[in-house]
Design a protein around this ligand. Structure first.
Ligand code: FAD
Length: 561
């Protein structure tokens, strides 16, 4: 095997399961979304013996289903949440520095509409003030101030805008990242650079107590069905929308403190929108707007996809696998069609995803869109610390606050009471080549310095240099890398999260399922039966996503068969 990771074996599932059973930990983190992996990194980098268990795959909850923006959130300023925006913009800068391979500056366009392209002065003034406010709150830290640009420049950025209604626009800067990859990289950094023991597909089924204090948890290995008792002095509950369920295991009663809010996105071919930068489009008859974001392409190439989102609605359905409904899709299509001259229909949708925001309940019952994205850290009487709410962008700060609370619970010495993550670079940041071009650029923007391992795999076996999924830039070597070094355990781990296949190109990904299973199956020791089950499951997910929007005729023959 090509020698890779920084600390060989540190992110190996079987080895880590054994360590879970054998060792005693200072902190056990429940949940491998961005919040949980952030806490694991904060804890491990303070020198604490740290374990993390995730019920499904890393980022399989909300953290793979966001809008993928590392941003302050212009609209939170409108809600008066200046502190949240300030903190988020500070975190955005840290992420740009600590994970330059994963987080990219992205310009955003806010086109202004008016009859014949004439903008109402009130609208222009209000937006202009909001732009200054964003810059002053920390937006300008990115090194560029917002600008007002002409109608011609606006149309050059998105030629499908209706020329008879659009006028000038504002342009400002934020950042974007693949949320699942960021989450995985934080987990690997915690494990390979700081010694945390992380395991996916390992749900907590019980919390253990002695004398009213937490002593750890019972965890199930979803692969073998066996149970492991993990001993820990403190437990962090970072289970997102499922945090109340973990609290119920600890406190005996369900606190009902989380109010899930559903948000969906859809992907369409970029050629229908042709936006070279992200665009904020208004939703007619609703005081909201949506993001229209090109999926990054190698320098000099046109993007293949644009994704559009999000909705923001109260949700009381099953939290396991929220679905996009026809209404959700219609809402986004109505909004985008209001801002384009092309008619985008359900038939053009090539991918969809739905996620649940783990919002903390407010005392009043307004729209979920108006609920704060601030986070809350709540220690229980037994010493379980729950962290809820927040945003992808602010995960590091949430983790630091959580570990500050844990350090009180554990009565840690002074040296371990301070977070060390503000300047801690993530795995791959060292050795990242921002000047890489062509296929190397694709690899560097996913793996940073670790790209060399994927490149070496493809050089050693040229068949691994072939494409993984038709129309996507990934190599077959990336699927093997995912299994060998990124703890991918199922076909969906590879095609839904390590590679964002289902999200970007559902049908082509389902088409590739058998070939990818044949490639990774031997590495994972799959029987023929397991391999067939994995393919069937992946294809069923593609069918479910295709049918939820109610697309009339699939362009994918044989899918789900
Ligand atoms: P999750 O990612 O859901 O992680 C919780 C994990 O706990 C899950 O993986 C789950 O499997 C695991 N778990 C549950 N029960 C157990 C158990 N018993 N044992 C072990 N593990 C368990 N934020 C931004 O900053 N920018 C954005 O652009 C943005 N867009 C968004 C768009 C949408 C539609 C949504 C829904 C959210 C968006 N957010 C955004 C917010 C952001 O995505 C979330 O705040 C963040 O991903 C939540 O992460 P988490 O780790 O708390 O939860």
């Amino acid at each position: 095997m090509i020698p890779s990771p920084v600390l060989p074996g540190a992110f190996e599932r079987g080895r880590n399961l054994r360590r879970l059973a054998d060792e005693h930990f200072d902190v056990l983190v429940v949940g491998g979304g961005i919040t949980g992996v952030g806490v694991a990194l904060d804890a491990a980098s303070r020198g604490l013996r740290t374990a993390l268990v995730e019920r499904g795959d890393f980022a399989s909850g909300t953290s793979s289903k966001s809008s993928k923006l590392v941003h302050g959130g212009l609209r939170y300023l409108q809600n008066g949440d200046v502190r949240l925006v300030y903190e988020a913009l500070r975190e955005r800068q840290r992420l740009l520095r600590n994970a330059p391979h994963l987080v990219r500056v992205m310009p955003f366009l806010i086109p202004m509409f008016g009859k014949g392209g004439v903008i109402h002065p009130k609208l222009e003034k209000a937006l202009g003030s909001a732009m200054w406010m964003y810059d002053l709150t920390g937006g300008a830290r990115i090194g560029k101030l917002h600008q007002r640009i002409s109608k011609e420049e606006t149309l050059a950025h998105m030629p499908t805008l209706p020329a008879d209604r659009v006028g000038a626009s504002y342009l400002y800067y934020d950042a974007q990242a693949d949320d699942a990859r960021l989450t995985l990289t934080v987990a690997r950094t915690a494990a390979e650079l700081h010694g945390a023991v992380c395991v996916n597909h390992a749900p907590v089924v019980e919390l253990t107590h002695e004398g009213g204090r937490t002593t750890g948890a019972v965890v199930e290995d979803a692969e073998s069905g066996s149970r492991i008792e993990v001993r820990a002095s403190a437990v962090v509950n970072a289970a997102g929308v499922w945090a109340d369920d973990i609290r119920a295991l600890d406190e005996g009663t369900h606190p009902h403190a989380i109010r899930p809010a559903k948000g969906i996105h859809l992907t369409v071919p970029w050629s229908l929108v042709r936006n070279d930068i992200a665009v904020i489009a208004p939703v007619p008859k609703d005081k909201r707007s949506i993001f229209v974001v090109p999926w990054p392409a190698p320098a000099g190439e046109e993007p293949a996809f644009t994704y559009i989102g999000t909705t923001d609605t109260d949700y009381d359905g099953p939290t396991e696998d929220p679905q996009c409904t026809r209404e959700d899709v219609a809402y986004l299509l109505d909004a985008i069609n209001h801002s384009t001259t092309t008619e985008i229909t359900e038939r053009h949708v090539v991918g969809t995803w739905a996620g649940l925001r783990p919002l903390v309940k407010a005392t009043t019952s307004g729209r979920t869109a108006d609920l704060s994205r601030n986070h809350a850290v709540v220690p229980s009487a037994s010493g379980v610390v729950s962290v809820t709410g927040g945003k992808l962008t602010t995960y590091r700060e949430m983790a630091a606050d959580t570990m500050d609370a844990v350090s009180e619970v554990l009565d840690l010495p002074r040296a371990q009471r301070r977070s060390r993550t503000a300047r801690l670079r993530l795995l791959g940041a060292d050795g990242y080549d921002p000047g890489a071009t062509g296929p190397d650029q694709h690899l560097h923007q996913r793996y940073g310095g670790e790209a060399r391992v994927v490149q070496a795999m493809a050089e050693r076996d040229p068949s691994l240099g072939a494409p993984l999924v038709h129309g996507l830039p990934h190599l077959r070597a990336e699927a093997l890398y995912a299994v060998r070094y990124e703890m991918a355990t199922t076909l969906a781990d590879v095609l839904e999260r390590r590679v964002r296949g289902l999200m970007l190109s559902r049908d082509a990904t389902a088409d590739a399922a058998t070939a990818v299973a044949d490639l990774i199956g031997p590495e994972l020791g799959w029987s023929d039966r397991r391999r067939a089950d994995e393919v069937a499951e992946l294809r069923a997910r593609a069918v479910q996503q295709r049918d939820a929007p109610g697309l009339p005729d699939s362009v994918l023959p044989g899918i789900g068969s």
